[in-house]
Design a protein around this ligand. Structure first.
Ligand SMILES: C[C@@H](C(=O)O)C(=O)SCCNC(=O)CCNC(=O)[C@H](O)C(C)(C)COP(=O)(O)OP(=O)(O)OC[C@H]1O[C@@H](n2cnc3c(N)ncnc32)[C@H](O)[C@@H]1OP(=O)(O)O
Ligand SMILES: [Co+2]
Length: 140
């Protein structure tokens, strides 16, 4: 049996949007959702707003800076769209080692994500078309 990333829970679904404030206002007005203040994350090339749900979070992503990975996505999907999903793991480096021969990891080291935890991405083409993020979340 090959070792796996050993994912546990869904942490968030991410939606790329052209204007994160307008998108947050729409989610609040139409869905009645609780939304966070925008958070600039230059090291990821995004400004994010989190929509807190009872059982998970939605992450609204607006491009930040010239090299934003989301900018190119929005060129192809100008109105916005589903961008990635984030699954939780207990040890992101162990998960990376477990899968590195079967999927392309999009960074050689984890980065610190929006929640202050280490994250890494797996190429969508190796994950049946879905950009998949792994986030190390310490289990309480
Ligand atoms: C804050 C943090 C957190 O949660 O804590 C975050 O989430 S930061 C979230 C932002 N950070 C990231 O997304 C980092 C990981 N993303 C990346 O490294 C990049 O966006 C890639 C996924 C490698 C795509 O790179 P690039 O845009 O240069 O490639 P590309 O446009 O030529 O796309 C290559 C192929 O992948 C497809 N492709 C591109 N982005 C995709 C996506 N989000 N979902 C599904 N498929 C996608 C394209 O359609 C194309 O397929 P075809 O060849 O068939 O046309
Ligand atoms: Co994310």
């Amino acid at each position: 049996m090959q070792s796996t990333a050993a994912v546990t829970r869904l942490n968030h679904l991410a939606i790329a949007v052209p204007d994160v404030r307008a998108a947050a206002a729409q989610y609040q007005a139409v869905l009645g959702a609780r939304v966070s203040e925008p958070q600039a994350l230059p090291e990821h090339g995004v400004t994010v707003v989190f929509v807190q749900l009872e059982n998970t979070k939605l992450e609204l992503l607006e491009p930040l800076g010239e090299a934003s990975p989301v900018a190119k996505f929005l060129e192809k999907n100008p109105a916005g769209g589903m961008h990635h999903m984030c699954l939780e793991v207990c040890n992101v480096k162990a998960s990376m080692a477990a899968v590195s021969e079967r999927v392309r990891l999009l960074s050689s080291e984890p980065k610190i994500g929006a929640h202050g935890n280490p994250v890494v991405f797996m190429h969508p083409k190796d994950m049946v078309g879905v950009l998949t993020e792994l986030e190390e979340v310490p289990r309480s």
